[in-house]
Ligand binder design. Structure first.
Ligand SMILES: CC[C@H](C(=O)O)C(=O)SCCNC(=O)CCNC(=O)[C@H](O)C(C)(C)COP(=O)(O)OP(=O)(O)OC[C@H]1O[C@@H](n2cnc3c(N)ncnc32)[C@H](O)[C@@H]1OP(=O)(O)O
Length: 250
């Protein structure tokens, strides 16, 4: 399996397990994300953690070896829409969702992490919204969520620079909730959360979800998906993807 879902003591953990391809997202991972949000909606789950296998990569975004076959706006839109819906469902779970960024997160990998409430970033991890290098925007909702999470200039800079940021830079610009320098740092973060009963966390998350509904977050994500699908169809995007795939085949 390309992913695992484990549950213990009310904590549900989703692990992407495709390290050979830097945990890139294919249709099976999207299936897994949909399974996660269905399962996490059950009453006994009070916290979700999203992470990945190994320590090289959290997620390198969409699997270009698969998704490069999508050539037109009409072909790209369904994939982008499906993953954006899974991430919106993840974001609007009425429980805390933590991205444990165990390694490099780029493109859609940053979108997955930004859909989470918290980002605990390992000190060696480098992360970036690199979609711009492929002449597209984010397309799973991550750009919309970044403008929600960061102060405007930091969000626009992270999207527009399309580069890898170090963990320290991510702590400075506010994307990293905490830089993880030892396993103890994760335990401290989780134990602090557990001092407050789940119903309080749920009530606060419901407060955020009300704000997102009142500000049409879902509609803003849809506009992001549509714009990405338009850019996806352009020759410049296909040429950039071919260059990446040919580079790695050299
Ligand atoms: C679908 C849309 C979505 C969105 O945002 O809407 C997207 O995410 S678009 C895709 C954006 N992602 C990228 O452009 C990242 C591409 N990958 C990289 O930049 C690097 O691989 C990196 C920085 C993640 C890791 O670099 P490193 O040097 O550690 O590893 P390699 O580059 O040698 O990669 C190892 C191996 O994995 C393959 N690989 C990595 N990422 C992807 C990917 N996203 N899709 C397909 N394949 C990927 C790479 O080709 C290498 O394969 P190999 O056969 O071993 O040469």
């Amino acid at each position: 399996m390309s992913y695992h879902i484990e549950s213990a003591d009310g904590v549900m953990t989703f692990t992407i397990d495709r390290p050979h391809i830097r945990n890139a997202v294919n249709d099976e991972i999207i299936d897994g994300m949909e399974e996660l949000v269905r399962s996490a909606g059950k009453s006994e789950v009070r916290l979700v953690i999203v992470t990945a296998a190994g320590d090289q990569a959290f997620c390198s975004g969409g699997d270009l070896s698969v998704f490069h076959a999508l050539r037109t706006e009409e072909e790209a839109y369904p994939m982008l829409k499906r993953m954006s819906q899974a991430l919106y469902a993840l974001k609007t779970l009425p429980i805390p969702v933590i991205a444990l960024v165990n390694g490099t997160a780029v493109g859609g990998g940053c979108e997955i992490a930004t859909a989470c409430d918290y980002r605990l970033v390992k000190a060696h991890a480098k992360c970036g919204f690199v979609q711009g290098n492929l002449v597209i925007t984010s397309g799973w909702g991550g750009g919309t969520y970044l403008f929600e999470a960061l102060q405007h200039d930091h969000a626009l800079q992270m999207l527009g620079e399309a580069r890898l940021y170090t963990a320290d830079e991510l702590e400075t610009n506010g994307w990293a909730t905490k830089v993880i320098r030892s396993p103890k740092d994760i335990d401290v973060f989780l134990s602090q959360m557990k001092k407050v009963r789940p119903e309080v966390h749920r009530a606060y998350k419901e407060m955020a979800i009300r704000k997102w509904k009142e500000t049409n977050l879902e509609g803003r994500v849809e506009e992001e998906v549509r714009r990405c699908a338009q850019l996806w169809a352009e020759d410049a995007h296909h040429e950039a993807v071919d260059k990446f795939l040919n580079k790695t085949n050299q």
